[in-house]
Design a binder for this molecule. Structure first.
Ligand code: SF4
Length: 381
């Protein structure tokens, strides 16, 4: 059996975590076309007869092409999708073919640490991690108990690994890959304040640069967390803000007030040079003017902002007729609008206006920090 990660056209620098865990469990290699797209038919070189594809909403048609091509070359091959505990990553759901491999162990300390060497893209990851250009990925928790209607991660069972288990993974991985920075990929890292603080205390001695790339909740953020994150080496954080219109926030069940968002962002800006806000264009109840106000608000608060398009639930529901599995890309170069809240040309216009404010590169280590890290790596062998 072997796994294939189809080209999804976004997040090339982030491993497919469902495949990372599953391939480690089964000890099978991963042909990773998302991080190394070419040669685009190299999955055909593997004469195995049992191919499992990680099918996602944004690579559905590419996954179909891969399945068909493999079947043509190896008519007796079994072709399945990977289905399991990790059903969403970076806001995009994983999907199933009729025949599927179910890997459904509970996300916990029982999991072995992901063995990225099983990915055929590992040399690129190795290089980028060691150069400090890409962040090593860490999942400390999975799922989210909140109910935000626009979010694929909503209302899912919340699973946590212990902080000690996460730190152990980081230590082993750092020794092996010599990465300069890592990022936490949790759906919502700050669900539990004590856990965030414990993590910060325990990661601090490692003297690493790290990033809360996915959106934190503003209502669960305070001065103590900000200090703790900062002191532990966190160099960048993001909030899932979505809108600064109270009615829109209410309609999407965000469970936060504009005041709470403003307070959290002000605290973060005081402590961090790089703060990012995620916003959504075209949410129910929004308008061009309201979304424009969000953009101006972000500028006023001196934060980077990442605007993506709203995908109405029926279009994001795989069981719906209007489901858009193969082209619903709501952020990145090829993103386009799907919401009818206001004219889509206006949504597109706003998206383009926000391009400049998008956060592109993680803040890099300064020269002194980089030198110290290299020295540490040399000493630790
Ligand atoms: S808190 Fe964040 S991860 Fe949780 S449902 Fe809301 S947007 Fe999604």
């Amino acid at each position: 059996m072997f796994f294939v990660n189809p080209d999804s056209r976004v997040n090339r620098n982030i491993p497919n975590m469902a495949l990372a865990f599953a391939s480690t469990h089964y000890g099978c290699q991963v042909v990773d076309h998302n991080t190394v797209p070419d040669p685009k038919n190299r999955f055909l070189d593997i004469d195995d007869g049992d191919m499992v594809i990680s099918v996602r909403s944004l690579n559905y048609s590419e996954a179909g092409r891969i399945a068909k091509a493999y079947k043509e070359k190896y008519p007796d091959a079994r072709i399945r999708s990977l289905s399991g505990f990790l059903d969403i990553q970076c806001c995009y759901p994983f999907l199933d073919f009729e025949d599927k491999l179910v890997y459904d162990r509970l996300f916990s300390d029982e999991f072995p640490f992901p063995d990225y060497e099983l990915f055929d893209s590992i040399e690129l990851f190795r290089k980028k991690w060691a150069e400090g250009k890409w962040n090593f990925p860490l999942m400390t928790s999975l799922g989210c108990p909140f109910l935000c209607t626009y979010c694929a991660s909503r209302n899912r069972q919340y699973y946590m690994r212990s902080v000690d288990h996460c730190i152990e993974e980081l230590k082993i991985a750092q020794k092996k890959w010599k990465f300069g920075s890592f990022e936490v990929l949790d759906d919502c890292f700050n669900v539990k304040k004590d856990r965030v603080i414990e993590f910060c205390e325990k990661v601090k001695p490692m003297k690493l640069n790290w990033f809360c790339t996915n959106g934190l909740r503003a209502d669960l953020f305070d001065e103590e967390i900000a200090r703790s994150l900062k002191e532990s080496g966190c160099a960048f954080l993001s909030f899932g803000i979505e809108s600064i219109d109270p009615e829109t926030l209410r309609l999407v069940k965000k469970g936060e007030t504009v005041d709470q968002i403003e307070r959290a962002v002000n605290i973060a800006v005081e402590h961090f040079e790089h703060v990012n806000g995620y916003f959504i264009i075209g949410l129910p109840g929004s308008s061009f003017e309201k979304d424009l106000r969000a953009l101006e608000w972000a500028k006023k608060h001196r934060i980077n902002s990442h605007f993506s398009f709203y995908v109405p639930p029926e279009k994001g529901d795989r069981h719906s007729d209007s489901y858009l599995p193969d082209d619903a890309i709501f952020y990145g170069e090829q993103a386009r609008p799907y919401s009818d809240s206001y004219p889509q040309e206006e949504q597109m216009k706003l998206y383009k206006m926000t391009e400049e404010m998008r956060y592109r590169e993680p803040p890099r280590e300064n020269i002194i920090k980089r030198g110290l890290r290299k020295l540490r790596n040399m000493i630790s062998g």
